[in-house]
Design a protein around this ligand. Structure first.
Ligand SMILES: [Zn+2]
Length: 274
């Protein structure tokens, strides 16, 4: 299957939600090229976004798949060429195609820090999934990378203060009152307030489940995962372990962690697969 291009209002499937998303992308002049790298963490594939035209900017080149690069280059050409490329974070499903795309588009990779601007994009520090994760705002559109996905939740990598910083980042995105979220995976989000409220509620619900499990005397990683992440299917057990570690860090930072709790090893076995 070749890479999927979804950006024209006239090409939408009958499904109403996708129709609304296609209309929203057209209204904001945002193009989506989805890579053919589906998986438990990448959902239906990595989203590469193109914003504006004459020239456009590219958010997250994605995996180095020939079909994907062809589709991104074609979309960039249709937009009058690309001026720059930015990354939300360095995981290979977002960044692997950077060197190839830099060559093909003759556009540079632009590294930004919080508050910096390049082209139509303003960088927003959104730590959590990685400590250096950035989102990008262009008008009322926010490219959220793996801070907020189009469906499901993301794993939070343990790092000092990671989960508290992540919750603060979600609240910060909410204050911006975006009209559209363009995530690293999954469909565009046309109701950002509901999605961001859901993300915040989901993290707090996990914390409640975890605290309840600790109150029942559970102490090992497996016990805590079974109790508080019972819904995580086997392929998501490792990401759930990472997020458990971040939740335990937060409780420890807040002096709410009882003694004798097993902490997941860092980096965990199998981390290279992520
Ligand atoms: Zn990703």
């Amino acid at each position: 299957m070749s890479a999927e291009v979804e950006h024209r209002a006239g090409a939408e499937p009958p499904d109403g939600g996708r129709n609304a998303a296609s209309v929203a992308l057209s209204a904001h002049d945002v193009g989506l090229v989805r890579a053919d790298n589906p998986g438990p963490l990448t959902l239906s594939g990595t989203n590469t976004w193109l914003v504006g035209r004459d020239p456009c900017w590219v958010v997250d080149p994605g995996p180095a798949l020939d079909d994907h690069l062809d589709a991104v280059a074609g979309e960039a050409a249709a937009r009058g060429g690309a001026e720059g490329i930015v990354l939300t974070h360095g995981h290979h499903d977002h960044a692997e195609a950077v060197p190839a795309l830099v060559r093909r588009l003759r556009a540079g990779l632009v590294a930004m820090t919080d508050g910096e601007q390049a082209g139509p994009l303003t960088a927003l520090a959104t730590p959590g999934h990685t400590p250096d994760h950035l989102a990008y705002q262009a008008g009322r559109v926010v490219f959220t990378g793996d801070a907020v996905l189009g469906e499901g939740s993301v794993f939070v990598a343990p790092d000092p203060g990671a989960l508290r910083a992540y919750l603060a980042a979600l609240k910060r995105l909410r204050v911006l009152d975006p009209a559209l979220l363009c995530p690293g995976h999954g469909p565009p989000v046309t109701d950002p307030p509901a999605m961001l409220a859901g993300y915040l509620a989901h993290r707090l619900e996990r914390e409640r489940s975890l605290v309840a499990a600790l109150d029942r005397g559970l102490r090992t990683v497996d016990e805590l995962l079974d109790a508080a992440w019972a819904d995580a299917p086997p392929p998501l057990r490792l990401p759930a372990t990472l997020t458990l570690a971040a939740h335990l860090d937060k409780l420890a930072e807040e002096d709410r962690l009882p003694g004798g709790v097993e902490r997941p090893p860092w980096p965990p076995t199998g981390m290279a697969e992520i």
